[in-house]
Design a protein around this ligand. Sequence first.
Ligand SMILES: Nc1ncnc2c1ncn2[C@@H]1O[C@H](COP(=O)(O)OP(=O)(O)OP(=O)(O)O)[C@@H](O)[C@H]1O
Ligand SMILES: [Mg+2]
Length: 255
Amino acid sequence: MKVIAVSNYKGGCAKTTTAVNLAYNLAAEEGKRVLLIDADPQGNASYILWKYNPNADTLLRVYGGKSFKSLIRRSKYKNLDMVPSMAELERVNRESDARGLDHNELRRQIDNIADRYDYVIIDCQPTMQFLTISALYAADLVIVPFKAAGFCINGLELMRDYLEDAAQKREYASALNYACLLTMFDSRTKSLNRVVELIEQDAYIIFDTMISLSAICESAEDKKVRKPLLKHRKNSKIAADYLELTKEILSVIEV
Ligand SMILES: Nc1ncnc2c1ncn2[C@@H]1O[C@H](COP(=O)(O)OP(=O)(O)OP(=O)(O)O)[C@@H](O)[C@H]1O
Ligand SMILES: [Mg+2]
């Protein structure tokens, strides 16, 4: 089993879109057994993949003594399970200091179900609080989606500091690999020159796959749709981009 966290300090850079579509593609196209952990109290990944049930438990309960296994729910799709999220999950962040919660606990809990899944994908929220740091402590690979816009590119440095800190402090002894993923790629944007510079300077590891800008992403989130891209628009460029990313990820981290 490999754990892939999708994280960036920056908001709105396609973390959830990436987590959802990677999880779906691994399950539906590659026949992998996948668990998606929604570690964002906004619950966006749950909104797309799961039939909402207000009585379901979130990751919060694992810090209240419940077993991790008991939190797992079926998604709408075969081979793809979920630990759903909703607003209550934010309590973990608020209470973590006072309760002395351990950032290493999430990986320990995930290890208990390692025989049931090939991939665990964690969708993180855009803040570096307890839940996100726990996901970085748990990950074999962190995908850092970013846009070709000045502020987003500058923010990668801060993200790298958090990743290096997690790699040093965490108990899980395996290497913490990370790679940046260019999203909302628009060839007309001047900021793309900055991305080319980053690639030439070897400043960051960047996936070969680039995810194009597409209005289809927003339409897939529509209340009446709520589908992964491949289910929503099978033949679109953006669905193909995420398939290409899935293959690239398998080539670096196949289980
Ligand atoms: N390639 C794309 N082209 C156009 N729009 C996109 C693309 N990817 C994502 N979006 C849209 O951008 C918005 C933000 O995407 P998403 O929710 O995946 O980002 P996020 O990083 O998870 O946000 P947050 O930080 O709030 O968790 C969404 O409305 C989504 O549909
Ligand atoms: Mg999100």
